[in-house]
Design a protein around this ligand. Sequence first.
Ligand SMILES: [Zn+2]
Length: 136
Amino acid sequence: MDFANFGVVSFTKQAKVAPFVDYLDQGKVMATECKQCGKKYFPPRADCPYCLSSEMEWVEIKSKGKLLTFTTVNYGPSGFEDVAPYSLGIVEFPEGVRVLAKIRKKVDVGDIKIGMELRVVPVVLSEDRFAYGLEP
Ligand SMILES: [Zn+2]
């Protein structure tokens, strides 16, 4: 086994949160919210680790959020050599979740600033492979 696909093949349809992939296919990035206690999760969870409820509902993350922090990777790890340099950021959304994702190349590395507004969008890698990324 090697790491050629690490981070590229991220989601399969064999999880309790499988609809997440269908939503990405529909152009939506979704979190889950616990119907019992109201906590929200991203990546989505099917069970609430806080109150142990399995009654969750899907919530779309469609607002712009604020970039809390970021880092730029200049020397990629195994499997990422060809994509470096790339930047990873954590964005806090008004929907109540934080998302860690790659900042898409639509933003020049030198223009990335803490506090800038970004949205999270689905990224189609191939016919049945999806990821998500951050862009203005
Ligand atoms: Zn809960």
